[in-house]
Design a protein around this ligand. Structure first.
Ligand code: ARG
Length: 624
């Protein structure tokens, strides 16, 4: 809506560029004769605060289009633009850039409007929901560091969409069906394990033993590798393409009985799931991730839908027979996708076809986001293309859902190889979190031993609580802060540090904001509830501009499914706050009105920091 915004009639916007955009747009339209809708002034934050807060970059492209001189065009627009009360200074630089210093009063008004529980984030009105496929553990296996990424990146993406007012379905696509779990079940039965006192260690041992038994059949593996189907499908085939070993026969028979609903086996199967999920939910709680039983719609949920899915593909001609099996072929590549084996068995891919259809058509999601290891890239490409070919991405109103794989990289050890324990085992998630918490507690205790520390004299239990929050923040921030698609090196020493680009650094910045507000409480009791904001000093302006960018950042994180943007923003906020804190006395400020204004800047900074950390699922202790 390009109508002119006049400060006196519209409520103040939290976007400091809204009035500026409107004033320049009107002037561009008047000078060029273009419609207001085509007169975008192209306002961007300035690269260097010395030259101004924002740049308007309309002149070059527009002048080219109109055959005019860009500097002259910029000059004419500025002469026409009504910027009083909006900008203090607007200057033309270089070939026709316009550098703008916002009026402090405009900045203060925007910040005053921003200071509300919503922090300038207006809920979107969307017809459909968002599905986030996260965690994806396999039953009977310990969660490992890969699941850490699938869980916390997924949780942040879910939280950000919820913050924007979207309905979110968190879908934990558990590997709880098929031969691997039947193998485990069969092995447990042979060993006579009492399933009522089952531990995850028992389960793991049985799982691994069952896998080793299956390894014997090298021929099946060679056949699988020859089709170059990617590691996940090889692993699946590794478990499935096995020969005559007795254990395999036993597993197969167990699977058939389980799949036909044998009551005894189903009860035992449920016990294995309960045992696995108990630890998954414990780890989720430790990680501050919203993941409970209601989010567990595993592979088994789709079992009745696999046959119909394959039939639909066969009927439409997209699923074709190949040596007794059914495959989907693609016009642009040789690799087919196997959806039914010769023996009638279904595959991981078949389940994903049924699940994707369910998410779009039953859960009514116009965005389905899969937070899964990058090594499954080909798998998701195949699944998504097949879904589009058959049209299962269509929503009731005919629009198409976005199907997106967020392919995350691996967590590496100091040797740049996948993270292993000292004894060469895969790091379980639990072991990793235990170690991070222990390190966090050690760090917090050491700091508290300084008599001047804000935490000096706190009880051991309180210090331990802060320490675990620090340890978890360290791990989560390091993970969420790097480009998701990249591998990263797991380095606890760096991650738990209170300095640098770390989670604890942000928590500490938040605690310092809390501490200054705590110290000022007495005085604040006598101050007006919403003291007038003044942003005169450069450091105050810098902080105000940073704060006001928050809603845009949250929208960008959702749009690009990129939590690292939020991490970088919060780190920038801590830096702007530090600059403000060093250059502008707060508690010692003599001018009471200015002191109140600065305290309010501290309070808004604290609010944004806490809200942003909350979107990362990181807690913000009041004292550190
Ligand atoms: N269980 C799978 C694995 O560990 C991950 C599941 C991911 N989600 C999906 N819809 N395929 O590899």
């Amino acid at each position: 809506m390009p109508a002119a915004v006049s400060a006196s009639t519209s409520p103040p916007s939290v976007d400091p560029t809204a009035a500026l955009d409107s004033a320049l747009r009107t002037a561009i339209a008047a000078v060029t004769g273009l419609p207001v809708g085509e007169s975008d002034p192209h306002i961007r934050p300035s690269g260097n605060p010395q030259f101004g807060d924002f740049q308007a970059n309309f002149a070059m492209a527009l002048a080219k289009k109109l055959g005019a001189n860009p500097r002259q065009l910029a000059t004419d627009v500025l002469a026409r633009a009504e910027l009083t009360g909006i900008a203090d200074k607007a200057e033309i630089a270089g070939p026709g850039f316009v550098n703008i210093h916002l009026a402090s009063s405009a900045l203060a008004a925007a910040l005053d409007a921003f200071d509300s529980p919503a922090l300038g984030i207006t809920p979107t009105t969307a017809t459909y929901a968002v599905t986030v496929d996260l965690c994806g553990v396999n039953v009977a296996k310990q969660m490992h560091v890969g699941h850490l990424r699938a869980t916390i990146i997924g949780d942040t993406i879910a939280r950000v969409h919820e913050r924007l007012g979207r309905k979110v379905w968190r879908e934990n696509h558990l590997g709880d069906w098929g031969l691997p779990i039947a193998m485990t079940l069969a092995a447990l039965r042979r060993a006579g394990t009492n399933l009522d006192s089952l531990t995850l260690d028992d389960l793991n041992r049985a799982y691994r033993a069952a896998q080793m038994e299956g390894r014997d059949d090298a021929a099946g593996m060679i056949a699988a590798q020859a089709t170059r189907v990617g590691p996940h499908r090889i692993a699946e085939l590794e478990a499935q393409n096995t020969g005559a070993a007795l254990a395999q026969e036993d597993a197969r028979a167990t699977l058939v009985r389980l799949q036909s609903g044998d009551a005894q086996l189903v009860t035992e199967w449920q016990k294995i799931i309960d045992c696995t999920m108990k630890e998954v939910f414990e780890s989720a709680a430790v990680l501050g991730v919203q993941l409970t039983d209601e989010h567990s719609r595993g592979e088994s949920f789709f079992r009745e839908r696999l046959g119909p899915a394959v039939e639909a593909f066969a009927k439409s001609g997209l699923g074709v027979e190949d040596d007794g099996a059914i495959v989907v072929r693609y016009p642009d590549r040789e690799r087919p996708m196997l959806i039914r084996k010769r023996d009638g068995g279904f595959l991981y891919a078949t389940t994903d076809l049924a699940a994707c259809k369910f998410r779009v058509q039953d859960l009514k999601s116009d965005r389905v986001v899969y937070v899964v290891d990058a090594r499954q890239r080909d798998h998701f490409k195949d699944v998504f293309d097949a879904i589009r070919m058959i049209g299962w991405n269509k929503l009731p109103d005919g629009t198409e859902a976005e199907l997106i794989h967020v392919p995350f990289g691996s967590v590496l050890g100091a040797d740049k190889k996948p993270l292993k324990t000292r004894s060469g085992e895969n790091f379980t998630l639990k072991a990793l979190l235990d170690e991070a918490i222990e390190r966090g507690i050690r760090e917090v205790r050491a700091r508290a031993s300084d008599p001047n520390a804000p935490t000096a004299g706190m009880s051991d239990a309180d210090l331990a609580a802060i320490g675990s929050a620090v340890g978890i923040a360290a791990v989560k921030y390091a993970d969420l802060g790097s480009d998701v698609t990249r591998d990263y090196v797991f380095d606890l020493d760096r991650m738990v540090s209170f300095e640098g680009d770390t989670g604890p650094y942000l928590q500490y910045a938040h605690a310092r904001m809390a501490s200054i507000l705590g110290k000022a409480l007495d005085a604040a009791a006598h101050a007006p509830p919403r003291p007038t904001i003044s942003v005169a000093e450069p450091a105050e302006r810098q902080l105000a501009l940073t704060l006001l960018r928050y809603p845009q950042i949250v929208r960008e994180v959702a749009q690009h499914l990129d939590p690292s943007r939020l991490c970088a923003y919060l780190h920038g906020l801590a830096t702007s706050y530090n600059g403000f804190y060093q250059q502008c006395p707060v508690l010692k400020c003599e001018d009471q009105a200015l002191r109140a204004s600065r305290l309010r800047l501290c309070a808004i900074s604290k609010h944004v920091m806490k809200d942003g950390l909350g979107l990362l699922g990181i807690t913000a202790p009041e004292r550190m």
